[in-house]
Design a protein around this ligand. Sequence first.
Ligand code: HEC
Length: 112
Amino acid sequence: MKRLLLAGLVLAASGATTRAFAQAPDGKALYDENCKKCHGAIGSPPKTMVTKFPKIAKFDAEFIAKRSVDSINKVITKGKNEDMKSFKDKMNADELAAVAKYVHELAAKAKP
Ligand code: HEC
């Protein structure tokens, strides 16, 4: 009986850690789902989008020189205009922060 109880405790504990990991938002997955179609897989917008939105942001060295994770977070939370809309209804604060961090990483990795 004691053994069973112990096994149960171990299971419960491991279940809790798995859940904690699953809860950490995946910035890349969120980006791919919400931003990729306009901004491109690696932050370089496809031609069709550049034609449609001449001012669309390219996530590169020049971009990162002017923006921090916080400023990116602000844009996606509040939105900039009707083309670059707010994502605050689609993602919670943790998810917005994860996407902002991912965009910053993409830009930092981009070739000049
Ligand atoms: C419908 C297409 C579209 C989608 C989807 C989209 N964007 Fe944009 N984004 C734009 C356009 C267009 C601009 C340029 C807006 C302007 O400056 O007029 C822009 C600008 C930006 C900027 C720069 C704003 C600035 O000037 O500081 C950031 C950062 C950004 N987008 C991040 C994101 C992120 C992150 C997502 C996904 C959560 C996303 N965008 C989804 C079209 C889009």
